[in-house]
Each structure stands twice: as C-alpha cells, then as structure tokens.
Design a binder for this molecule. Structure first.
Ligand code: FAD
Length: 303
C-alpha cells in the first residue's frame, strides 16, 4: 500500500499537464507549508529568520520540465537575480539548481553555458552552487557537466542518492567535491537502485562514514532521526570535526528538530524552495510522507 501511494504521487509529480497548470493556479493544496513564497523577497524573510538562529540556507528557485530555450534562459536569469539578492541582502545562503530547469532536456552544451553563467556569478560573490540530482536518466549528464564546470570553478558540487547501486563507486571520483548525501526522491528500477528502506538506509550510513573520513565538506540531508543519531554517535566516537559536515532538512519539515540540532552546535542548513513551479516538488514530498496529505485535505475542505 505504501509503495502504491508513493508511486501515485511520483506519477503526479511527473505530469507535465499538472505542473504546467499549477503554475497558473498560484499556491494551492497547502503547498505554502513547504514552499516559502512565490518570489525571492518572500523567501528572503524566511532566510533571515533562520539565519538569526545560526542556520544557513540553500535557496531553490523552483523549476523543472523546461523544454523551451527562452524559458530556460528566463530561469537562468531568475537564478542570477537570486544570487544578486543573496549578496545585496547579505543573506547567509547558497543556491540549489536543477539542470532540467536551465536546459538539460534541450541540449547539454546549452545547459552547460547557462550553468557557467550561474557558477561564474556565484563565484564572484563567494556563493556555493549545488546541482540537485534528478531522475536517473539525468544522472550521468549531471556528473559530466559538473566535471566540465569544475575545470574552471570550485564553488560547485552535487548530490549523491544512496538508493543507487553506483553511488559508492562515484564517491571515489568525487572525493574532493562538496556533496550532499540523500536517499533519493524518484522512482528508479531495480536495475539501478535498491528498493527497500533497509538497503537504502544502510548504504546512506556507509556512504556518510566514508565521506567523513575524507577532507571535502558533506551535507547530510535527511529527516530520519535514526540516521541522524547514528551519525552523531559516529562523529563523537571518531573525533570528527563538526566543521566538516552539516545536517540539511527541507523547509517545513521537523522544524523543531532543525532548531535543536543547530542549538546543539551542529552546522545546519535548511533547503528553502520558492517560486510558482511548486507542484512537482510538492508531490514528491507527499510521496515521501503521505501523512502530509492531512494538510492537503485541510486546505481543500476547511478553507
Ligand atoms: P524518510 O526515509 O522519508 O523517513 C525515515 C523516517 O524518518 C520516517 O519513517 C520517520 O520515522 C522519520 N521522519 C521523516 N520525516 C519526518 C517528519 N516530517 N516528521 C516526523 N518524522 C519524520 N532527493 C533527490 O533525489 N535529489 C536531491 O537533490 C535531493 N535533495 C534534498 C535536499 C534536502 C535538504 C533533503 C532533506 C532531501 C533531499 N532529497 C533529494 C530528498 C531525499 O532523497 C529523500 O527523498 C527525502 O529526504 C526523504 O527521505 P529521508 O531521508 O528524509 O527519510
């Protein structure tokens, strides 16, 4: 049953028709609990609140399903504006970008050019750029683009998903790159990905331990307290410097735990999505945690 519910919401997240229409609806279905507004100024208020509690942020100007060059350039310009605003408003934030938003499905070289502009501008402003990892079909192209970008810039990294069998292998290749480790949000086949929570969790712990033995910075992105507790224990037992890693969670999830971890002295970063393109992101969150459906029902029937 849990798998069927997950598959249902993932299928909705993949619907171009619904994504397209949701852009016109404005916020619906309780999405504002997880998406911090439709523009950078609304998001900046949330960034400030978190910064005041010693929490840093990664901002995601939401967007996916872009198959048109003009739209991709528009998305790039919006991201350049986010970088400017981070600088001008003196926000403690880096940015997260999805390559499909800036042309990966149109042409890889075109996407690389757009990404170069983004990473160059971020570099001028000492801002880190994280490339979010999307579906497996985009996995190798994402790593290829990252490799190209890193020939010129060091302020760019990406995400590894521990549901993929090949993560451990890629870890070696990316040992000098700042990485975010996640379980993985998409539906992937058993040809490429573990299917059970036990296997995915075990791989998560294995990958994180390996990263913490290396030098590069790691973002441990999970809401799973079992994993967080294991990481804390490992760090303590092995005398690992707390500056080598941070915990990350999504905006609107386990907020009290986010503040508590920051208060305990761990580096903490909240992922804040904003923008009109909220539908696919929101459906993936429902896929992970159908309990969030309560919010949808409340929003639909009681407002
Ligand atoms: P789950 O496996 O969903 O939950 C494990 C357990 O934790 C649950 O059984 C429950 O006991 C507890 N729990 C979880 N959530 C809650 C809650 N809200 N309240 C109470 N208990 C809870 N995926 C990608 O594929 N690409 C990306 O680039 C990417 N970036 C991400 C960035 C961040 C900052 C985060 C946090 C996630 C990102 N993800 C990304 C999504 C990720 O892959 C997972 O799909 C998502 O985080 C759900 O897995 P989980 O590790 O949080 O725990």
């Amino acid at each position: 049953m849990a798998n069927l519910t997950r598959d249902f919401f993932i299928a909705l997240s993949n619907s171009e028709f619904l994504n397209e229409n949701a852009r016109k609806w404005g916020f619906r279905l309780g999405a504002e609990k997880f998406v911090a507004g439709t523009d950078i100024y609304a998001a900046a208020k949330k960034v400030r609140e978190l910064n005041q509690h010693g929490i840093t942020v990664t901002l995601d100007n939401l967007g996916e399903f872009v198959y048109d060059r003009e739209e991709a350039i528009e998305a790039k310009n919006q991201i350049l504006n986010v970088i400017e605003q981070i600088h001008e408003l003196e926000l403690d934030s880096h940015i997260s970008v999805k390559l499909t938003q800036i042309g990966l499905d149109i042409d890889k070289d075109f996407c690389l050019e757009n990404m170069r502009d983004i990473v160059a501008k971020a570099n001028e402003n000492h801002i880190f750029v994280n490339i979010d990892m999307e579906k497996f079909v985009h996995y190798q192209p994402t790593l290829d683009l990252l490799k190209e970008l890193r020939k010129e810039y060091k302020n760019v990294g990406t995400v590894l998903q521990t549901y993929l069998y090949r993560t451990e292998e890629d870890l070696k290749e990316l040992k000098d790159v700042r990485l975010r480790i996640v379980k993985g949000a998409y539906k992937e086949s058993e040809d490429v990905a573990y299917q059970t929570k036990e296997e995915i969790d075990a791989n998560f712990i294995k990958v994180v331990k390996e990263r913490l033995q290396g030098e590069a910075f790691t973002s441990i992105a999970t809401h799973d307290h079992h994993i967080i507790n294991q990481v804390k224990k490992y760090v303590e037992e092995n005398n690992i410097n707390k500056d080598k890693f941070e915990f990350q969670m999504l905006y609107g999830f386990r907020t009290e735990m986010q503040y508590a971890l920051a208060e305990e002295g761990y580096r903490f970063c909240t992922y804040i999505p904003f923008g009109n393109d909220w539908f696919g992101y929101f459906m993936r969150r429902l896929a992970e945690r159908p309990q969030n459906m309560n919010l949808v029902l409340k929003d639909t029937f009681y407002t």
